[in-house]
Ligand binder design. Structure first.
Ligand SMILES: [Ca+2]
Ligand SMILES: [Ca+2]
Ligand SMILES: [Ca+2]
Ligand SMILES: [Ca+2]
Length: 303
């Protein structure tokens, strides 16, 4: 028999057994055996598994029994104890079932403690015509395989830590205070969000004022106009932990009309808005246009 597929994924290991077509198909005929040295061996597959982290692994087998009597096979790990997988008459004949128990008792789970390193797993046919096409070893005992079991394949078990984001604003001298920053040192604020996760970020999306945007070289350049911009980051990891954070960037350069220099036209514009809450002229972002904003224009006159 030949093993043509071996898919380790994080702490989970999925073994696909493709032999004699697509199954580890045990030769028909003979009697029930429950030992790893069966008097009649209906076929054996030996696998080598590389375990990256020591843990207790639950062993799931995808089994198709031919009838209500022939419904088990024997599993031997590192030449140790023989585990009679399945063997329950409740298993449906001629249909695939995921089995995580031994000796015919669904409460008798197959949990094995494996150290990091290479282990040898032997599947031994002890009842005729029992097909096994996939084996999953998972340290996430809450995962119940469905279909071919890919749902148990990718998340790193036990990861409960959500991704985090750190913001920097290249070129600006101001810094984030809580979830807001007022930037007057550059005309166009650049937002550089850095999303990280203890295991890995699987998706990250960004929105500016509610519209999805994409980053260029990890950065997003805000419009060349004073205003309040919300910048939202949504991200997740493989285990489904999510990040959702929104910051407000208040762009407040004293070149209010963005004609390239701070001068009379900005001053005039500010005077026209005096006493209002106009965000373009409210350079100190205190909610109204007044003396503090006027002072900022004077301080940067000619820049
Ligand atoms: Ca049986
Ligand atoms: Ca995580
Ligand atoms: Ca100007
Ligand atoms: Ca103000």
């Amino acid at each position: 028999m030949h093993i043509t597929k071996l898919i380790p994924s994080y702490k989970n290991i999925i073994l696909g057994l493709y032999a004699m077509g697509s199954l580890l198909y045990v030769v028909p005929g003979g009697q029930v055996q429950a030992a790893c040295t069966p008097s009649v061996d209906y076929g054996t597959v030996t696998l080598s598994v590389n375990v990256t982290s020591a843990a207790t692994y639950r062993v799931w087998s995808r089994i198709m029994p031919p009838d209500n009597y022939n419904n088990s096979y024997s599993l031997e790990i590192d030449g140790g104890n023989c585990i009679v997988v399945g063997d329950s008459s409740s298993l449906q004949a001629n249909s695939w079932s995921w089995v995580d128990y031994r000796d015919g008792s669904s409460s008798n789970k197959i949990d094995v403690s494996l150290s990091a390193g290479t282990h040898t797993i032997k599947l031994i046919g002890t009842e005729p015509s029992v097909a096994v096409d996939r084996l999953i070893l998972t340290s996430d005992t809450s995962c119940v395989p469905s279909g071919v079991g890919d749902n148990c394949a990718s998340p790193a078990p036990g990861d409960t830590i959500a991704p985090t984001v750190n913001f920097t604003f290249p070129g600006a001298s101001e810094s984030l205070v809580g979830d807001a920053i007022t930037i007057g040192s550059v005309r166009q604020a650049v937002v550089q969000p850095s999303v990280t996760d203890n295991v890995g970020v699987t998706s990250a999306t960004y929105q500016v004022n509610g519209s999805t945007v994409s980053l260029t070289s990890g950065q997003y350049t805000l419009p060349n106009q004073n205003g309040d911009y919300t910048f939202r980051v949504s991200a997740s990891d493989a285990a489904g932990n999510t990040l959702d954070r929104t910051i407000t960037v208040r762009s407040r350069h004293p070149d209010i009309n963005r004609d390239g220099s701070v001068g009379l036209s900005d001053f005039t514009r500010l005077l026209l808005q005096w006493g209002s809450s106009n965000v373009e002229s409210d350079l100190d972002a205190n909610g109204s246009v007044g003396l503090g904003d006027f002072t900022k224009v004077l301080l940067h006159w000619g820049e």
